[in-house]
Design a protein around this ligand. Sequence first.
Ligand code: MN
Length: 249
Amino acid sequence: MRILISNDDGVTAPGLAALHAALADYAECAVIAPDQDKSGASSSLTLDRPLHPQTLANGFISLNGTPTDCVHLGLNGLLPYTPDMVVSGINLGANLGDDVLYSGTVAAALEGRFLGGTSLAFSLLSRQPDNLPTAAYIARRLVEAQSRLELPPRTVLNINIPNLPLEHIRGIQLTRLGHRARAAAPTKVVNPRGKEGYWIAVAGDAEDGGPGTDFHAVMQGYVSITPLQLDRTFNDAFEQLDGWLEGVL
Ligand code: MN
């Protein structure tokens, strides 16, 4: 088993080290991660400048790019082999509902969608690292179990772990994505030279967080696993759109 590990919190993030430590004696692991925090980078590729990989003392490869750049290069020439799967994280902070649209953690796993194994994205529901051992243990168990999993290509698993010690985790639930409400307004700031700017606000609260959703599972103390596909075609809209198009051309 060969695993490419990446994240969006950056190559020095504690969640990346915890994930690597959890998997290192199970599989041959390569780590390629952004040289800085690229949370919110989504599936962006850097096309306006070259990318320079740099191998650090711990063997991790730091890249001046996005999570998607990291996995893309890893799967297209930077490694001497093709990995079986991508494992991304462990992100410090939830990736629930609408978050998957912006998440670099999920994007890194999605970039592994053509690989033989199903790629996994791991997020811990805390900005603090205290319960990273819980998340690392669960990541190890799920990566081991992945060898028995046969999902179609272009599918990844988005995994969110409650911010709890392992003994308080109640189990695992398969979930669908919930929805968040709109984010609050950006915070306006002024720099010392009078230039105005904005900080994007934190994500909105769960608006659709009822039973069956990822939000609900983690709030109840369960690990949430949501299978994600690249295909976002809204098939139920076809009938209505058919009628709408009549007479347009
Ligand atoms: Mn992040």
